[in-house]
Design a protein around this ligand. Structure first.
Ligand SMILES: *Cc1c(COP(=O)(O)O)cnc(C)c1O
Length: 396
């Protein structure tokens, strides 16, 4: 079996599992309890916080643990919106291809009277910094732009966007869930005010996320109750999960250069191989993309059947994101980069893991080529294209 859906989730590393089991066994106390067993848990929690801070170039008091990337996104955006409202600011700038954790939060704020500008991401899947600058108004409360896209893997000019926000005095949040542990991030150098990440995207456990919020940045509670996380996120802390997440992040950050130099040639080999399939096109910029991510559209192919047949061949991949499969809507990300509806249904996302080999990549190329040919031969839509009754959308 080749697991090539690492953008959906990753296998936990041995270190992450060992750390989790160790603290499940040894550290069952409640960090809020004053006796020693509790205080030991508190020490583990704070040590993990320090490690996460160090990985991001942040300070320990700027790190808040959450239940995942979605919660961190929700809290960052809602906090900035509430603060904005107090200052009479009711405008938020974001992009059309954010994760639904961001888009659906923005939709909710829109119903409450906020004005949302969703920037175009162009056909290369990249946001333009000058367009972010032009969209910022006197009443802009927040700019939120993802670091790397979860479907097409494109990496955004975060440092430049952050600089523009600083210059204009607007809060800047980035959903860095796909980027953390995969590319170097430093919240100071990158001019980031708030950042979200999620442990299960870098070989940590599911259900643990982090919200970084720079010193003095207002946070509003999403989960109300006890005074955990300096009063900003109630609920007894998931100490073993948090310790495991910190270990996984440290491990991933330590290995970023090696990971990138190993995966980039494999990714490019896969892109070259799939590019040979006629009437196919890579989605997103070829260079400015995560080392793990390949995303293609094939004319005349329906994504779900492609995935099922690849599954028969032992390949786990995805069409669009895991969160939207099961719905028949075409991917909002592919529509955002200007793919027509017909081909936005026919996409394939392959997200390689660090254990991927050249043989795996060649097997994926061979299998996808076979499956695409097989499906096209059965498709009346494809016959129309071939007979010239419909125009092809891509060059051969
Ligand atoms: C996975 C993902 C999320 C959601 O994170 P969870 O921990 O699963 O809630 C948010 N944003 C992006 C870009 C993601 O890839």
């Amino acid at each position: 079996m080749i697991y090539a859906d690492n953008a959906a989730t990753t296998k936990m590393s041995s270190l992450a599992i060992d750390t989790m089991v160790k603290y499940m066994n040894e550290c069952y106390g409640n960090p809020s309890s004053l006796y020693e067993v509790g205080q030991r848990a508190k020490d583990v929690l704070e040590e993990a916080r320090g490690r996460v801070a160090q990985c991001l170039g942040a300070s320990i008091k700027e790190i808040y643990f959450t239940s995942g990337g979605s919660e961190a996104d929700n809290q960052a955006i809602i906090s900035a919106a509430r603060l904005g409202l107090k200052k009479g600011k009711k405008h938020i700038v974001s992009t059309a291809f954010e994760h639904h954790a961001v888009l659906h939060t923005l939709e909710k704020l829109k119903k409450e009277g906020f004005e949302i500008t969703l920037l175009d991401v162009h056909s290369d899947g990249l946001v333009r910094t000058d367009e972010v600058a032009a969209a910022i108004r006197e009443d802009t409360a927040l700019v939120t732009v993802m670091y790397a896209n979860n479907e097409i893997g494109t990496i955004q000019p975060i440092r430049e966007i952050g600089a523009v926000c600083r210059q204009k005095g607007v809060l800047f949040h980035t959903d860095a869930v796909q980027a953390a542990g995969h590319i170097h991030i430093n919240v100071i150098d990158d001019n980031i005010d708030m950042l979200s990440l999620s442990a299960h995207k870098f070989h940590g456990p599911k259900g643990v996320g982090v919200l970084y919020a720079g010193k003095g940045i207002y946070l509003e509670n999403i989960i109300n109750g006890g005074a955990q996380e300096r009063g900003k996120r109630a609920g007894t802390e998931n100490v073993p999960g948090i310790a495991s997440a910190a270990a996984a992040l440290e491990e991933a950050c330590r290995n970023i250069d090696e990971y990138q130099s190993r995966l980039t040639p494999l990714r490019d080999r896969l892109i070259d191989g799939l590019d040979k399939i006629e009437y196919s096109q890579l989605n997103g910029d070829r260079i400015n993309r995560l080392a793990s991510n390949v995303n293609f559209c094939f004319e005349g192919i329906e994504g779900e059947s492609l995935l099922l047949l690849l599954d028969d061949k032992g390949i786990c991949a995805s069409s669009g994101s895991a969160c939207t499969s099961g719905s028949l809507d075409p991917s909002h990300v592919l529509l955002a980069i200007g793919r027509p509806h017909e081909v936005a249904h026919g996409s394939l996302r392959i997200s390689l893991g660090e254990e991927a080999t050249t043989e795996d990549v060649d097997y994926i190329i061979k299998s996808v080529t076979e499956v695409v040919t097989y499906l096209r031969n059965m498709s009346p839509f494809w016959k129309d294209l071939e007979a010239g009754r419909r125009p092809h959308l891509f060059a051969k």
